[in-house]
Write a protein that binds this ligand. Structure first.
Ligand code: UD1
Length: 417
């Protein structure tokens, strides 16, 4: 196991460059098996979730190769329709493979997916959407077996705008017969990126970014080179770090409109924000408390920034109510923040945070990706020394997290224990 040793309390100054979005890259990797031709993903982050997905592609018979940050995938010999259970359990996004593996082979087999321990995370919406496209699904012994001759377009209404279900249905329908309409679809920017990727391959997808996505099936998709959008959650994490620690930070390669909800909150707590093309400048202000953080699907406040924002609320002046509407057990970081002196009460899906002037260094444990990032920010902001374990969670979603923090002035190092 690896952990961070952090000596906190110093302001952050300088510039941080944001990686390509984890949640954009993962469905693009799934989409790459929809063609027989070579796919190159530029600026592909070497985070563990991506490496696991690349391994799944390898198991399916694709040849993959990283050259610097460019990942090339040759899916011409892909022949296997079974996603290995060990990898599926590591990675929630393996479930996206269902849609594209079905589209390629007419069948797919996968173990129930794993991922961050932040709630039940059912996949009923994925499966009912696929059934509506004509896929026959059998669930037995922890495995899902799917078969179909050819998916057939359907009018599908999602009970909830699930990101993964929207993406999975698009992937299953893009080479199917006729028109598929997905109503109450999720509107996240990563779905727009998937649409752009598929259309560059020759697909006919419209409406991503709105609540109705339309997919007109095409016979063939082609290879391409593509650079995914930048990671709004990583950009948000560093902006929150700056708000917590003080100083002045420039966050480069960001897409400000994709984190409008966060920028609104940061301005509300008196941070000075300036935007220049793809750069967001932030200067921490008095840190008035944000009063209410309520997570909701895009364009609302993202659940993936709830943990870092809760850490910030711990050192704001006044009280904050945090309501987590997406995932039922996404508050585990709060118990750890209390070890650092945070004043928090949790009732169900709501947390009540009374700000304290400063956090104190402590030994804390990450139990999920964004919670781990939140604890690291708290350690960087806190007075004294902290350790943050277990870094395997953080490595799933951030590249060179500690290097980027160190470059802007944090005293943080990784050790193996
Ligand atoms: C994606 C993101 C994740 C983010 C989440 C919400 C990726 C790889 N991951 O996850 O980082 O936190 O969106 O923005 O893109 N639900 C069901 N049944 C389903 C599917 C979902 O009830 O079949 C529920 C979930 O339990 C949750 C809500 O819908 O309460 C949203 O989940 P969803 O949008 O599907 O999240 P993911 O795609 O798993």
């Amino acid at each position: 196991m690896e952990k961070y040793i952090v000596k906190g309390g110093k302001p952050l100054y300088g510039e941080v460059e944001i990686q390509s979005a984890k949640n954009a890259v993962l469905p693009l990797l799934a989409a790459s098996i929809l063609t027989d031709e070579k796919v190159v993903i530029h600026k592909c982050p070497r985070i563990v979730d991506v490496l696991n997905m690349v391994q799944i592609l390898g198991e399916l018979g694709c040849r993959t190769n990283f050259e610097g940050d460019d990942l090339s995938i040759d899916p011409s010999d892909a022949a296997n329709h079974e996603i290995p259970s060990a990898l599926a359990k590591e990675l929630r996004s393996s479930v996206f493979m269902l849609g594209s593996v079905i589209a390629r082979f007419g069948r797919a087999r996968i173990a129930y997916p794993g991922g961050c321990d932040i709630g039940l995370r059912p996949i009923d919406l994925h499966l009912s959407g696929l059934r509506r496209l004509g896929v026959k699904i059998e669930e037995e012994g922890g495995y899902i077996d799917c078969t179909v001759d050819e998916t057939v377009g359907a009018d599908i209404v999602l009970d909830f705008p699930s990101v993964g279900a929207t993406e999975n249905i698009i992937l299953a329908a893009v080479k199917g017969k006729g028109r598929t309409i997905i109503r109450n679809s999720a509107k996240e920017p990563e779905i727009v990126d998937l649409q752009n990727f598929l259309n560059r391959m020759g697909g006919k997808v419209t409406g991503a970014g709105t609540s109705t996505v339309i997919v007109d099936g095409v016979k063939k998709l082609y290879g391409l080179e593509y650079t995914p959008i930048s990671d709004r959650i990583e950009a948000g994490t560093f902006l929150i770090a700056s708000a917590m620690c003080g100083g002045e930070l420039a966050v480069k390669n960001a897409i400000p409109e994709n984190i409008a909800a966060l920028l609104h909150k940061l301005r509300e707590i008196s941070c000075k924000i300036a935007i220049e093309n793809d750069k967001i400048y932030i200067k921490s202000g008095k840190r008035l408390s944000p009063k209410l953080i309520e997570t909701s699907p895009f364009p609302g406040f993202p659940t993936d920034l709830q943990a870092p924002m809760s850490a910030l609320a711990c050192v704001c002046e006044g009280s904050t109510v945090v309501v987590e509407n997406l995932f039922e057990t996404r508050f585990k970081h709060l118990a750890e923040l209390m070890r650092m002196g945070a004043d928090v009460t949790v009732r169900g899906r709501s947390a009540f945070i009374r700000g304290v002037p400063e956090l104190r260094g402590a030994d804390v444990f990450a139990s999920d990706l964004r919670g781990g990032a939140a604890l690291t920010l708290a350690a960087v902001a806190a007075e004294g020394e902290s350790t943050v374990s277990d870094l395997s969670h953080i490595d799933r979603g951030y590249t060179e997290f500690e290097d980027k923090l160190r470059k802007v002035g944090a005293n943080i190092r990784r050790i193996r224990v």
